[in-house]
Ligand binder design. Sequence first.
Ligand SMILES: [Ca+2]
Length: 210
Amino acid sequence: MPATFNLTATVVENDRLIDRVEFYHGLTRLTEDLSPPYTFEVNEDEIGTHIYTARVIYDTNHLVDSKPQAIPISHGPYDHWAETIHGLSGNAAIPMADADGDGVVNLIEYAIGGSPTSDDGPRLPRLDTDTGTQILFNIDPKRNDVSWVLERSFDMIAYTEVYRLDGATGHQQIMEGLQVSIDGGIITALDNQASEETRVFYQLVIENEG
Ligand SMILES: [Ca+2]
């Protein structure tokens, strides 16, 4: 999937006669623009960091270049989400980072339809014991590079996988005794075995195939 973005140059004229603005990708001239707003739409699909500059030609034969702008291009859906949609970069953009400090790492926010820049508490797994033992958690059904795995423990030491949803295929594996429904990105798992125990613990594990 190519990245599409606009290069824009703002020129302060200072009584100079602006002839044109040229945009460069490395040393390659992409276009020239004769009148403001000076802008050019880029479609770039090569993975890596791309360097763009703008050159102003003024008073017929003078020129000045902008500072180079480095634009990272990546193809993975997680990277696209973190970098392009949410504007993260560097260490803050990696899956295990907690960019907004809400205690939830980026990859989980990606998988539950949350955001790496705002609180995701309401989307995290929660327990509802009004009618049996129900665990609810959000997913983003568009994520085809993650699996959502629910694990259960009766002692907080040994955890057993009781539910798995594969994002790539939509295939579910449901342990006997568990009733699962998916509605509007919310998964509800009713655990019929839990009511026989005095204590039960659950954890949601996100597996990333990307
Ligand atoms: Ca976070």
